[in-house]
Design a protein around this ligand. Structure first.
Ligand code: SAT
Ligand code: MN
Length: 595
């Protein structure tokens, strides 16, 4: 238990509303984790995988309606509508609470309410924050054990009057007397799902979904949405970024933070193994970066998480061997296919599967019309299991960021890599980032989606104000500001063939960035930014033809020009919150493209 009166009061208040059969304070022990899985095995919603192939690992099948984040059921409630801007679903806080309280009323009947004290970031780091999640889902407890630092040690750090971020969660499926889940993943129908944020009081209320970012509230809800507002208020940065360390043959360390929309190969890049001699790459985080300006003026980053919640399909020993190694044991799989020998499988895992049970629980063969694994099937694995986890990944001081990368999945137009002219231009590149659709969000259908800083679904205040925050951070960082680059690994030629080998060979592009910082690599000035000169990219030992390279580094001025009206329209939606400096960047770009 805790000495924190505010916490005690909140727990007893929610207990009265949700009426669980019992309350359990999570201690974060291995015993507790094992008990959660036992409960779910008994309820028939977890399956134990073969112990010799996949030690201590389990498979879950969610309800087919509960497989991803639901952006149109995600709300940001603030007193003034204009504070959330046009990219968030606004609701008046009182109205939303009234609606949700009706749902929370008695919602935990027949279940246990778990109180999960968790730390985002190493306990005691000046950049970390404490959250408390209350949930009726043992699946959430087990996943939070992996994804965050959970338990008694967090309550100790919180003390009697420490600050915490309350995160309320229920799957929204009370049980009648004697009823059990009986093999059915509990959740509420879509129109009853609410993923709600109250940034003015640092509060999260989630109802009706048991899956991923809707339910593991430390991740997208706290570490991005609530943290984005806190960061703006307090002068730091909460970003949707992987963090990695690249060490060159001379032993100089570079730290890179990179933002890509979900399912753009971010986890692959985070665990990249360089194909160039003498370069070493280590992973610090694969999804979120929290960054503060240190007393020495450098920008220091931590990974607030302690696990990977990665997209399974497409992950293989070829695309991401380090992720494959990370999930060999102690891993929770969700919505993967179950093989006949009790292991998991998914499309793109790199080995064939002749027969199994698909993510919906139906018999599956390669002839089946439907996919064996859901495209957004996931693994939850402890970060420490990654063979290339950086020895400094839990350093409470964080690592100093040298380079920011933005990017997206574009089969045309956008070249392999672009260096920004300066900080403001880099902010423009981040703000205009775009990608072709992802499977991580249920309800996003359009083909090309502008996703500024990969934060579109996660920035819980006006996007224009967020861009201004980036400009302000640049001013404060001055000469110590990281250099900003834009990449696109996904270019295809006219026949639909990939132009760039990707994966480990992406290290060649990262090397160019590091060499640019050291003044060792040449560039050519183009209207859209600085690109590698033909000979400055290290292509030793890789098969990229001269023609393909030319295409990868081509700036098609007409194509760029033709995207300007759409960019302008996108920016204009932020009206008077659109920073003057962003308007200036747009005007400059237009002029440079001769438009
Ligand atoms: O399900 S999550 O929102 O946590 C994963 C993702 O969208 O990247
Ligand atoms: Mn993500």
């Amino acid at each position: 238990m805790t000495k924190n009166e505010k916490l005690k009061q909140w727990v007893s208040e929610m207990k009265k509303i949700c009426t669980p059969d019992a309350v359990h304070w999570c201690d974060g022990s291995k015993d507790e984790y094992d008990r959660m899985l036992e409960i779910m095995l008994d309820a028939g919603i977890a399956m134990k995988l073969d112990e010799s192939k996949r030690p201590n690992s389990f498979l879950f099948r969610s309800d087919p309606s509960d497989v991803a984040r639901v952006e149109d059921r995600t709300y940001v409630a603030s007193r003034k509508k204009e504070d959330v801007g046009p990219t968030n679903n606004w609701v008046e806080p009182k109205e939303l609470k009234e609606k949700m309280l009706k749902l929370y009323n008695g919602c935990m009947k027949g279940r246990t309410m778990y109180v999960i004290p968790f730390s985002m970031g190493p306990i005691g780091s000046p950049i970390s924050k404490i959250g408390i999640e209350m949930t009726d889902s043992p699946y959430v407890v087990a996943n939070m054990h992996i994804m965050t630092r959970v338990g008694t040690k967090v309550l100790e750090a919180l003390g009697a009057d420490g600050e915490f971020i309350p995160c309320m969660h229920s799957v929204g499926k009370p049980l009648a007397q004697g009823e059990t889940d009986n093999g059915k993943w509990p959740c509420a129908p879509i129109e009853q799902k609410y993923i709600s944020h109250f940034p003015e009081e640092n509060l999260i209320w989630s109802y009706g979904s048991g899956y991923g970012g809707n339910a593991l509230l430390g991740k997208k809800c706290l570490a991005l949405r609530i943290a984005s507002v806190m960061a703006k208020r307090e002068g730091w940065m909460a970003e949707h970024m992987l963090i990695l360390r690249l060490t060159n043959p001379e032993g100089r360390k570079f730290h890179i933070a990179a933002a890509f929309p979900s399912a753009c190969g971010k986890t692959n890049l985070a665990m990249l193994q360089p194909t160039i001699k003498g370069w070493k790459c280590e992973c610090i985080g694969d999804d979120i970066a929290w960054m503060k300006i240190a007393p020495d003026g450098s920008l220091r980053a931590i990974n607030p998480e302690s696990g990977f919640f990665g997209v399974a399909p497409g992950t293989s020993y070829e695309s991401n061997p380090m992720a494959m190694e990370s999930i060999r044991k102690n891993t929770i799989f969700t919505n993967c296919l179950l093989t006949d020998d009790n292991d998991i499988w998914w499309e793109g895992i790199g080995v064939p599967c002749k027969h199994g049970v698909d993510w919906k629980g139906k018999e599956w063969t390669p002839e089946s019309k439907e996919k064996g694994a859901h495209p957004n099937a996931r693994f939850t694995a402890p970060a420490r299991q990654c063979p290339v986890i950086c020895p400094d990944w839990e350093n409470p001081e964080g690592v100093p960021i040298d380079i920011f990368i933005f990017g997206g999945r574009r089969t045309s137009v956008v070249p392999l890599v672009t260096e920004s002219f300066d900080w403001d231009h880099g902010v423009y590149l981040g703000a205009t980032a775009a990608s072709e659709a992802t499977a991580a969000a249920l309800d996003v259908k359009s083909k090309l989606r502008r996703d500024p800083f990969a934060m579109l679904p996660f920035c819980a205040y006006d996007m224009g104000d967020y861009w201004q925050h980036w400009f302000d951070m640049g001013d404060r960082l001055g000469k110590k500001a990281p250099k900003i680059f834009y990449v696109n690994w996904f270019r295809k030629d006219a026949d639909g063939k990939w132009l760039w080998p990707g994966f480990g060979d992406n290290s060649r592009v990262l090397k160019w960035m590091c060499d640019r910082i050291e003044g060792k690599a040449e560039c050519v000035e183009t209207p859209i930014g600085r690109l590698p000169s033909k000979t400055s990219l290290d292509l030793s030992g890789v098969k990229v033809t001269g023609k393909d390279l030319e295409e990868l580094l081509k700036v098609d001025v007409q194509a760029w020009k033709s995207e300007l009206p759409e960019i302008e329209e996108f920016m204009n939606q932020f009206k008077d919150r659109l920073p003057e400096r962003m308007k200036k960047q747009f005007a400059k770009m237009k002029k440079q493209l001769g438009g």
